[in-house]
Design a protein around this ligand. Structure first.
Ligand code: ZN
Length: 321
């Protein structure tokens, strides 16, 4: 899809800087090789902790847990990388099936191989909003793209609707997985998946690395929700937690702090200029992201436009700060 074609583009630019920051240090048991880039390209499997693997190159990041109680995937890559991802997963699992597939959100870079894993019997877990987006035709204006309903086998089979701060727990052998809603952040159906004993959190698009976050306001994302989501992830993690973003290299909790600082600063500046009637182009020219551009990548203009769009579309400017 266009958003993630953009994302892959800027991730390619981010290559080589994946481990340039302090965010890549201080995680016990990890080697620097675990912080490789995801996106398109050769599919690679990078061991994180104790049978939990980050698969890169399939579109969005994919996590595979080979635990004593079953096999779990988080996200299923892009449609164009489905065959490669399925081949890699099959090579790792042999005859063992994927028992549970989590979708962190609806974007096709994260649900591309759903149909295959669904037909093979995987339980597909997601937020109900993700199932709804995948079930219907809709138009995403900032991409100028219409999405068609996905095949029935690709749809989540087990969804939840609550934004209750209390996570949902799934005990699988040697792992306890907790997951829950990150309300209206990157989309309106974002979830985190926390492998509690391994201390690894898959965040989906609510966390971005090497690029500005994508705020898909057409399906319910906005900057205030992204700030709340990031804070929620900070609150549940510690200094040893591995944070796996929707795309890009794994991070430490420090990166979440940096994301909160960036989005709260940019949100305030954009909102101030919106109240003065300024356009997105004028905000870009005013340098509302200036000190963050080096670390967050080249999708600046799209980011500013979507911060604006999310505040404008959903009537959240007044009283939102
Ligand atoms: Zn996404």
């Amino acid at each position: 899809m266009a958003a993630h074609e953009d994302r892959r583009g800027f991730l390619r630019l981010a290559l080589g800087t994946a481990c340039a920051s302090a965010a890549c240090t201080g995680l016990g048991g990890l080697t620097r090789s675990a912080f490789a880039q995801s996106g398109s390209g050769p599919i690679a499997a990078l061991a994180l902790r104790d049978g939990l693997t980050q698969i890169t190159g399939a579109g969005g990041n994919v996590l595979l847990l080979q635990g004593t109680g079953g096999t779990v995937l988080v996200d299923s890559g892009s449609p164009e990388n489905a065959a490669g991802l399925i081949g890699r997963v099959t090579a790792m699992l042999g005859d063992a099936p994927v028992d549970v597939l989590f979708n962190t959100h609806w974007h096709t870079a994260h649900t591309g191989a759903n149909e295959t894993f669904g037909r093979q019997g995987a339980k597909i877990v997601a937020h109900e909003n993700t199932r709804l987006w995948m079930s219907t035709e809709y138009y995403v204006d900032w991409q100028d793209r219409t999405y068609e309903p996905r095949p029935a086998a690709a749809l989540p089979t087990e969804t939840f609707f609550s934004s209750d701060p209390q996570p949902i727990a799934l005990d699988l052998g040697d792992e306890r997985i907790e997951y829950g809603h990150l309300r209206e952040a990157h989309t309106d159906g974002d979830i985190y998946v926390f492998f509690l004993k391994r201390n690894v959190i898959a965040t989906g698009g609510a966390v971005s690395a090497g690029a500005y976050p994508v705020l898909d306001y057409a399906t319910g994302g906005w900057i205030g929700g992204l700030m709340d989501a990031t804070q929620k992830l900070i609150d549940m993690s510690d200094s040893d937690t591995i944070i796996v973003p929707g795309a890009g290299p794994a991070q430490s909790r420090d990166h979440l702090e940096e994301q909160v600082e960036m989005i709260s600063t940019v949100r305030e500046r954009v909102a101030t200029l919106m109240r003065q009637g300024k356009s997105v182009e004028e905000m870009v020219a005013a340098g509302v992201t200036a000190e963050f551009d080096a670390a967050w990548g080249h999708n600046r203009d799209r980011f500013i436009a979507n911060v604006y769009g999310g505040l404008w579309w959903q009537g959240r400017l007044d009283g939102s700060l």
